[in-house]
Design a protein around this ligand. Sequence first.
Ligand code: ASP
Length: 335
Amino acid sequence: MMKKLLLLHTGGTFGMVPLSPEQTLVPAQIQEHITRYVPEIQKIADIDFQVIFNMDSADMQPEHWIKLATTIHDSMDQYDGFVIIHGTDSMAFTASALSFMLQNLKKPVILTGSQRPLAEIRTDARTNLINSVELATHPIPEVSIFFGTKLLRGNRSVKISSTGFQAFESPNFPPLAEVGLDISFNNNHLQPQGEFRFYPELSDEVIEVRYFPGMRADVLRLLHTDSVKAVVINALGMGNVAIEKSGFLREIKQLVDLGKIVVITSQCLYGRVDLTRYQNGKRLAEVGAISAGDMTTEATIVKLMHLLGVYGDNPEKIEEKVSTPLAGELSIAEF
Ligand code: ASP
C-alpha cells in the first residue's frame, strides 16, 4: 500500500515565482504550482498538502517552530511521514528545534528547499522534493534535511553555501542516506528510545557571542540582563579564548556567578570542543563553562532554547542535559 505523507509548505526560494520576487503566491496557488511542476510525487506516495506559512526562512521565530511542531504532533497518527518545504537560511535551526520538540520520533520528518525556484530552469527544487518524498517513505525515524544528494541528520547540519546545490553538510556525523543511481542508506539513523515525547516549550533567553582576538571582555557585561539565561561562546579551536590579560576569565566567571549557563562551541566545523586539552580551555571549565562537545553552534543554541523552555527554573538539570544527547545531536564518546 502507498505510504501517506503530509507535505508542509513554509516558504523560501522553493515556491518563488521566477524573475518577479515581489510576486508571491497565495497558499492555494502554491499547491497548484507544485502539482504542476512535480506531478510525479503523487506516484511515490499519497500526499496531503498544507501551507502552514509562506515566508522567507530568515523570518522564522520560535513561535513558528512551535506551530510547525504542533501541526506534526497533531497529525502524527494520520501519516507515515512528513516533508517540510523550508527556506535554506534557517533550515538547520528549524531542524534542530523540531528534533528537540519531537523526541523519540517513530516516523521521518524531512526538511528540504532549494537554491533556485521550482519554476526556473536548472532548478534543484524538483529533485530535492522528489528525493525527499521518496526518502520519507523509508523508516528513518528522525528529523533530517535532504539537499543535493544527501539526507543529513537535521541537528547535525549546517548551511555551508549560499549558492551551491550541495548547501548543507553534517560535519561531525555521516549522512543518513546518499542518493545517486540508487539510494544508499547508512543505517545510522536514530533508534527511538521509548515513548514519543512532545515538548512545545521554547525560551528566547539565549545569546551567542563569537570570540575573536582583540575582542573586549567587558562587552560580556551587557549580558548581565535578566533576559539572558544562557550564553553560547563560539570560541577558537577546541574551545579556547584569550585568558592572559584579556579579562575574559573574570567576565565568564561573573556570568556563571550570576546564574547564567555558559556553553562553549567551536568556530571549527569539524571536530569538537575539549576543555581538558589546553590551559585556556581548562580555565574556562574551572570557572563553570560547559563544553558543547561536537554539537554544532546552531544545535547548541536551539538545545538551550528547548532546555530553558522545559526546565527553566532548574539550572542543574539544564547543565546535565546540555551534555546528554537528546536527539543524536552530540557524540557522547567525545566527552
Ligand atoms: N532567503 C531564503 C530563505 O531562507 C533562501 C532560500 O530559500 O534558500 O527563505
